[in-house]
Design a protein around this ligand. Structure first.
Ligand SMILES: Nc1nc2c(ncn2[C@@H]2O[C@H](COP(=O)(O)O[C@H]3[C@@H](O)[C@H](n4cnc5c(=O)[nH]c(N)nc54)O[C@@H]3COP(=O)(O)O)[C@@H](O)[C@H]2O)c(=O)[nH]1
Length: 522
């Protein structure tokens, strides 16, 4: 994925990280305020239910008392007793006595116009029935609820049945279990009243919130304005906003941190290794005495998906730092083995003499780990190990004991070992003397000095002489001019490599170069 795409995705994530906690907190505040209002309404509906039950119980008690006392003649004593119980019972406004199904007297005296008892609107337990909206005998026709049993009824003020004090504005009500509204404390839209009177549950309808609960033969409900919950949500929001801001800031920081990680060279390199974004090019190595191409140095390139290419001078040190170099070495081994096998197949064995020099990092040189990978890969590809030269810089030989073990194993397997960039390190001479090396590659900085009045130009003859006296083959790196080539050939240097001949080439181009320089007439 390109850096631009990653940056775009990260920006989107950062915006989401900033907005989501705040939006989440707003939603949470609204939800929790609605839930708390719902619980609040349920609580008041419960109290309303208790209040109505107590009112009915008191009225029931008064009727039972009169029934126990057995007065039934509407005598002054009977009426006085009914009046006494009416005054003593808070929920009862009037008590009536019926004879032969007609109202004969009430707590306030004898009745002139007889009132007949019909079928109750709500049948309660123990044979008690509730008549709704009965005209009171003495209260200017105000509608009353009447609890009736036997020959008595007790008129109850509907509002008294539900007079529960509330801490916020809400409408309370009571209904029978079959949906008949017994009492309601304020205006409620008809459809909502029908809803809360007819089933248990809580919710929101239009601008109202409601809760209805039931027990026995009664159902109580509480209704409030939804804006109350909204106001509470807004209040809660003020407390929650700092938390939202901190969470947003943390998430944004996390996204930026992840972006930094993802865009860090280390991470990019790890992804590139996984995606095999590396190719191997071949820089021809020329035999100076004949001018023929005898092999090549394998040089890796990182071709990124966005079309850019990154120099190994950048990614090899990075890979060494992060431990990814082993995977890169293995990748180079696989590419070189595959190319050599292909060339052999295509040319029918003509390339058997050609060698490819593989760069081995100092970590690999110290551990020798790559040798097993190399042996297996070459065996699988049916490529001779003599065709692979191994190059390592002086740094790879610093731990002489470990390097010696690797070199000895590599030489025993048939590989040629070269010391790369010779002359640029500090321990060159001692290394040359103590390690079983085969080839010395003179660093291009010395080659560049040939023919110039630079101090390094004086060193080259000594390096060549020393290399030969130790029986090393010598490869000169970075040969760019004809004069350098002539100087090196005359000095007896065996091989040269550099832009004078060719830059590093893709496999097929290298093969074409090789074929051209190796034609009998070339
Ligand atoms: N461990 C591994 N190291 C690797 C691998 N592939 C490359 N490398 C090392 O990276 C360094 C840089 O390599 P590169 O940019 O490819 O440069 C090489 C040549 O292109 C360059 N060169 C060759 N001829 C000339 C020339 O005439 N003039 C000039 N200015 N530069 C030239 O030199 C580099 C080859 O150097 P060397 O390896 O010392 O022979 C480099 O150190 C590579 O070793 C890998 O797979 N593994």
């Amino acid at each position: 994925m390109s850096r631009r795409k990653i940056a775009a995705i990260a920006s989107l994530l950062a915006v989401l990280a900033a907005v989501t906690p705040l939006a989440g907190i707003a939603i949470y505040a609204r939800h929790s305020a609605a839930e708390s209002e719902k619980r609040h309404l349920e609580e008041y509906a419960g109290w309303t239910l208790k209040r109505a039950d107590r009112s009915l119980d008191f009225a029931r008690g008064a009727i039972r008392q009169l029934e126990r006392e057995g007065l039934s003649d509407c005598s002054p004593a009977h009426i006085a007793r009914m009046r006494q119980l009416t005054i003593a019972t808070r929920s009862v406004e009037e008590i009536g006595f019926f004879r032969n199904g007609r109202l004969a007297c009430t707590s306030w005296g004898r009745v002139d116009q007889p009132i007949t008892m019909g079928k109750p609107d709500v049948q309660l337990d123990d044979g008690f029935g509730l008549f709704l909206k009965m005209p009171a005998r003495l209260s200017d026709g105000m509608a009353m609820n009447a609890l009736s049993h036997g020959n008595y009824d007790a008129l109850m003020h509907p509002a008294r049945m539900i007079d529960v004090l509330t801490d916020t504005a809400m409408t309370l009500g009571i209904a029978s279990i079959n949906g008949r509204v017994i009492s309601v404390s304020g205006p409620v839209p008809a459809d909502l009243l029908e809803r809360v009177a007819s089933r248990q549950g809580a919710g929101r309808q239009g601008e109202f919130m409601f809760a209805a609960i039931e027990e026995g033969k009664l159902r109580a409900f509480a209704v409030s304005d939804h804006r109350l919950a909204d106001t509470r949500a807004q209040k809660d929001l003020w407390y929650l906003i700092p938390l939202g801001l901190v969470t947003s800031a943390l998430l944004v920081a996390l996204v930026l941190w992840a972006l930094r990680q993802r865009l860090s060279p280390h991470k990019e390199l790890a992804i590139a290794v996984k995606n095999r974004e590396f190719v191997t090019l071949y820089q021809p190595i020329i035999e100076l005495s004949t001018g023929r191409c005898v092999g090549a140095e394998a040089l890796m390139r990182w071709n990124r998906p966005d079309g850019t290419s990154i120099s190994p001078e950048i990614f090899i040190p990075l890979a060494e730092e992060t431990g990814l170099i082993e995977a890169l070495t293995d990748h180079a081994i696989a590419c070189v083995a595959a190319d050599l096998a292909r060339w052999k197949d295509e040319a029918g064995g003509e390339y058997g003499g050609m060698h490819i020099a593989l760069n081995i990092s100092s970590a690999d040189m110290q551990s020798g780990r790559f040798l097993a990978v190399l042996a297996k890969t070459l065996a699988d590809a049916n490529v001779a190990s003599e065709q692979i030269w191994l190059e390592a810089t002086e740094r790879g030989f610093m731990n002489a004991a470990a390097a010696r073990a690797t070199i000895e194993r590599a030489r025993a397997a048939g590989h040629v070992i070269a010391i790369d960039d010779f002359g640029t390190g500090y321990s060159s001479l001692s290394l040359l003397e103590t390690l079983p090396l085969d080839t010395l590659k003179i660093d291009k900085s010395f080659i560049r000095a040939i023919g110039k009045q630079a101090a390094t130009s004086l060193v080259i003859p000594h390096i060549i002489e020393m290399g030969h006296s130790l029986n090393f083959k010598i490869v000169a790196e970075g040969v760019e001019t004809e004069a350098q080539q002539v100087y090196l050939r005359d000095a007896g240097v065996e091989f040269a490599q550099g832009w004078l001949y060719s830059k590093a080439l893709p496999a097929d181009d290298f093969l074409a170069f090789h074929n051209l320089t190796n034609r009998p007439s070339a």
